[in-house]
Design a protein around this ligand. Structure first.
Ligand code: FMN
Length: 280
């Protein structure tokens, strides 16, 4: 697909700020990196092929190439291929078919355990690790690493889908993976070769006006963007023959309705504290 066509797919219409670039202006963006980034779609159906170990290691090399706060490198990843372990993780992650069927399940860890043990071994103060800031840094590091790995996987012909469901029972997941104190499974990632019989489509995003602010945040841009996006997503759901979950805004709000919608994550703060993060 050309970059222009990918942009139209990403915004679900041909009326977006980049639609009017000249051939000359577009030229610099016509390369494999942009093509890969704009082509992303979550993959939830995989064929039977395993992911070669060297591919996993290339993904981790890409992950380790991401920027990391102060070079702290406060993340780890646990690679799970054992079907029984995946099933046990799935049992507490919302029973999502893709977790059972993916050949590789990566669990991305916000990991302060390494630095804490270093502080203890070296017998130097390391109290900053007890603050919310350190927990946030570790989660940011894990996220940047994971997204680099996702892009790497897609460049190798694989597909991925992130799994937030593993935070439903952070305590059970920590036990299953043998995580040390001061580490937290932030999210999972199903990885595998996409099932060619069940192709996934590029899902349109909000109009750029809702997310790109110039100099100062403009909350008013969101109203029109929401109205436009509801129309775009209705069309997308129809094209995909998806059971229309209602307008995008109402569907999204229904997933944010309160405690029940959190499916266990309403207890996250105390669970994270129990895992060794003080969150001062
Ligand atoms: C942190 C995170 C957690 C997610 N958790 C799940 C999940 O538990 N199950 C799932 O099917 N998709 C999950 N997703 C995938 C999103 O639903 C998906 O990225 C979004 O709908 C946009 O679709 P796209 O990735 O195909 O563009 C998650 C995505 C992220 C970034």
């Amino acid at each position: 697909m050309s970059i222009s066509a990918l942009l139209n797919a990403r915004y679900g219409c041909a009326d977006h700020p980049l639609a009017h670039l000249s051939v000359h202006e577009l030229q610099v963006f016509e390369n494999q990196t942009f093509e890969a980034l704009l082509s992303h779609r979550s993959i939830r159906a995989f064929d039977a092929r395993a992911v070669p170990e060297h591919t996993v290691e290339m993904m981790v090399a890409a992950a380790q190439s991401a920027s990391t706060s102060s070079n702290f490198q406060t993340w780890s990843v646990v690679s799970v291929t054992d079907p029984e372990r995946k099933a046990r993780l799935n049992a507490v992650s919302g029973q999502q078919k893709q977790i059972d069927t993916c050949p590789l399940f990566l669990v991305w860890i916000a990991d302060l355990a390494r630095l804490r043990s270093l502080g203890e071994q070296r017998q130097v103060p390391h109290g900053s690790l007890d603050y919310l800031e350190a927990f946030l840094v570790a989660n940011i590091d894990a996220t940047l690493a994971a997204q680099n790995a996702a892009v790497a996987a897609e460049a190798a012909g694989l597909g991925v889908v992130y799994i937030g469901g593993i935070r439903n029972s952070a305590d059970v997941v920590a036990k299953e993976l043998g995580l040390p104190s001061s580490s937290f499974a932030a999210f999972g990632m199903c990885v595998g070769y996409p099932d060619a019989q069940k192709p996934a489509s590029i899902k349109p995003r909000l109009p750029m006006s809702a997310v790109l602010h110039k100099e100062q945040y403009n909350p008013e841009a969101f109203d029109q963007a929401t109205r436009d996006y509801n129309v775009i997503m209705n069309r997308f759901y129809t094209e995909q023959k998806m059971n229309t979950p209602g307008e995008w805004d109402l569907h999204t709000l229904s997933r944010l309705s309160g405690e029940k919608a959190l499916r266990g994550r309403e207890k996250l703060k105390t669970r994270v504290q129990d895992l060794g993060f003080e969150l001062k």
